[in-house]
Design a protein around this ligand. Structure first.
Ligand code: HEM
Ligand code: CA
Ligand code: CA
Length: 290
């Protein structure tokens, strides 16, 4: 139902405006490409890809997986302002977010893909659904598989999408349990991470991919082979279970990873979009229209 040509008559400059905005944002701070990729994931897993994560009301931003962690709202706002100037009242915040995720991935060296468009924006957000649907970094493989299955995504798609952790940073509180307690971790990697993380709490940042945190590549999977996954949930993909073989394949074939990642991103972007006359085109991504 979404279409890559949805705005070709109503907003032909849309993709150029988003690309220019993302170029500028990534030049200013490379990590922001990762942050927008994650923001789109956190949107899609809560009520579908409907821009709910962008709403200030509703408590979704304060849900445990989001609070003090999700970022990139200013970039969405700046791009939305440019889009509104060119094509007022036409393009949803949900679609802008989908395009920023694609461009963020590409600008950090990842694959590109054509983004199906035509999503509309929700009038609600949900803290409860964010807490229930977003995977915690303490998850085991069975939990990851079931949380992705709930969104219509297969274990293989979950394994490909987790490769997003080839870019970006994380706070100690999300991996302290792993570096202090897990057995399936490379001891020298655990020691390295403990150097900047005290044994509880703490918002200090570390790269998720110890090798190339600023580059979208297959190093994430090579890390898993070496027991250098940062989150317990990362290493769960390569811990003697059903995804081991695919992790090995992706570690050996970056081209396969790139192509499967792009396909899985399109599939994730199709989670329960609002279309037709459902929802609205928000004027301001932070608030519902009055
Ligand atoms: C498989 C289950 C997943 C879990 C348990 C998980 C968990 C996390 C956690 C805990 C962080 C660090 C947040 C912080 O410390 O502030 C993070 C960061 C990140 N995640 Fe995931 N994630 C998962 C899947 C995904 C998927 C599917 C994507 C995108 C397709 C993604 C993209 C990212 C990115 C790019 C970052 C870095 C963001 C930044 O630097 O701002 N993650 N994830
Ligand atoms: Ca949503
Ligand atoms: Ca990397």
């Amino acid at each position: 139902q979404l279409s890559t040509t949805f705005y070709s008559a109503s907003c032909p400059s849309l993709e150029a405006i988003v690309r220019t905005g993302m170029n500028k944002a990534v030049r200013n701070e490379r990590r922001i490409g990762a942050s927008l990729l994650r923001l789109f994931f956190h949107d899609c897993f809560v009520q579908g890809c409907d821009g709910s994560v962008l709403l200030d009301a509703g408590g979704e931003k304060q849900a445990a997986p989001n609070n003090g962690s999700i970022r990139g709202f200013g970039v969405v706002d700046a791009i939305k302002a440019g889009v509104e100037a060119a094509c007022p009242g036409v393009v949803s915040c949900a679609d802008i977010l989908a395009l920023t995720a694609r461009d963020g991935t590409f600008l950090l060296g990842g694959p590109t893909w054509r983004v199906p468009l035509g999503r509309r924006d929700s009038t609600t957000a949900s803290r409860a659904l964010a807490n229930a649907n977003l995977p915690p970094p303490t998850a085991d493989l069975s939990t990851l598989i079931s949380l992705f299955r709930r969104q219509g995504l297969s274990p293989a798609e979950m394994t490909a999408l987790s490769g997003a952790h080839t870019i970006g940073l994380a706070q100690c509180l999300n991996f302290n349990g792993r570096i202090y307690n897990d057995a399936n971790i490379d001891p020298s990697f655990a020691a390295l991470r403990r150097q900047t993380c005290p044994s509880s709490g703490n918002r200090n940042l570390a790269p998720i991919d110890v090798q190339t945190p600023g580059a979208f590549d297959a190093a994430y999977y090579r890390n898993l082979l070496a027991k250098r996954g940062l989150f317990h949930s990362d290493q769960a993909l390569f811990n003697g279970g059903s995804e081991d073989a695919l992790v090995r394949q992706y570690s050996a074939s970056p081209a396969l990873f790139r192509s499967d990642f792009a396909k899985a991103m399109i599939k994730m972007g199709n989670i329960h979009p609002l279309t037709g006359s459902a929802g609205e085109i928000r004027a301001n991504c932070h608030v519902v229209n009055s």
